[in-house]
Design a protein around this ligand. Structure first.
Ligand SMILES: [Zn+2]
Ligand SMILES: [Zn+2]
Ligand SMILES: [Zn+2]
Length: 277
């Protein structure tokens, strides 16, 4: 699998809108890898994971034909992962590489789309341009060449999934947004037949341990989750681990974050990074 990292920030972006804190000021000075749009990733050019308001910008800056995206997988309905208005653009398209887009996620994703954009969402579904495929916890759904299995995320009041994504003998865990994973996830990981090749994990709280927060992880909490995953056999020393989804409050420069992450042998995501495994 080949992942193009399109965005690596939490909801506010880095530097954040309306903020000139020390971290945001440094990010504006350093630019480059310190500029982070809201978290989004594209797998093998046709599976887009999360769909936020930066999707348009990401398509332009990375030269992506978004009309070739076959599947859009949503983790949860927070606005940095689900733009209810963006789908309207499918109706405005004159020509598209792919006629029908599969939209995958928990039932609550469709509920949120209908709550915010009832008429256009129903129009897209009825025209067949958008095909909603509801996903259920611990049940594998095959779509195109991908097998997708949700596990429970500790986020958004339980209305959020982390995903095991498999294709052609390779597998990854898309592990955001989430705080410490529930025990049932670790029990499920024990049943997996092969370990993950790659884990992309929440690092919203950057260099500050998240114990006093809920729903997200820091570098250190992520390292603890990886340690617990190793005990299930789902992660081994061969599994590549990358941290992402950074909030401006706790993210130092990209270089400083890389130095801190190297202590755990983790990689640090940046906008535009390409990963192949
Ligand atoms: Zn988020
Ligand atoms: Zn800031
Ligand atoms: Zn969230």
């Amino acid at each position: 699998m080949k992942i193009k990292v399109l965005g690596t920030a939490a909801a506010e972006g880095v530097p954040a809108m309306f903020c000139n804190c020390e971290n945001c000021t440094l990010a504006r000075e350093l630019k480059g890898k310190n500029f982070r749009a809201r978290t989004q990733n594209l797998i093998d050019g046709d599976l887009l994971v999360d769909f936020n308001e930066d999707t348009y910008l990401n398509g332009q800056r990375f030269g992506i034909d978004l009309s070739a995206v076959k599947h859009i997988l949503i983790t949860h309905a927070h606005e940095d992962h689900l733009s209810c208005y963006g789908f309207d653009c499918i109706n405005a398209a004159v020509n598209r590489t792919v006629e029908k887009v599969n939209l995958l996620g928990g039932e609550y994703i469709l509920e949120e789309l209908i709550r915010v954009r009832e008429k256009s969402t129903k129009g897209l579904l009825e025209s067949g341009k958008l095909n909603f495929i509801p996903l259920e916890k611990f049940k594998t759904t095959v779509v195109g060449e991908y097998s997708i299995t949700p596990m429970q995320a500790n986020h958004a009041g339980g209305k959020a999934f982390v995903y095991i994504i498999e294709k052609a003998g390779k597998s990854m865990l898309y592990c955001l947004d989430t705080g410490k994973l529930p025990e049932e996830d670790f029990e499920f990981m024990k049943t997996l037949k092969k370990p993950f090749d790659f884990v992309l994990i929440d690092c919203t709280y950057g260099r500050v341990p998240a114990d006093k927060y809920g729903g997200h992880l820091s570098l250190y909490d992520g390292a603890n989750q990886i340690k617990l995953m190793k005990e299930t056999g789902a992660v081994t020393d061969k599994t590549r681990v990358m941290v992402t989804h950074f909030a401006h409050w706790h993210i130092p420069s990209h270089q400083a974050m890389e130095e801190m992450a190297s202590e755990f042998n983790f990689e640090v995501a940046y906008d535009g990074a390409e990963i192949e495994f």
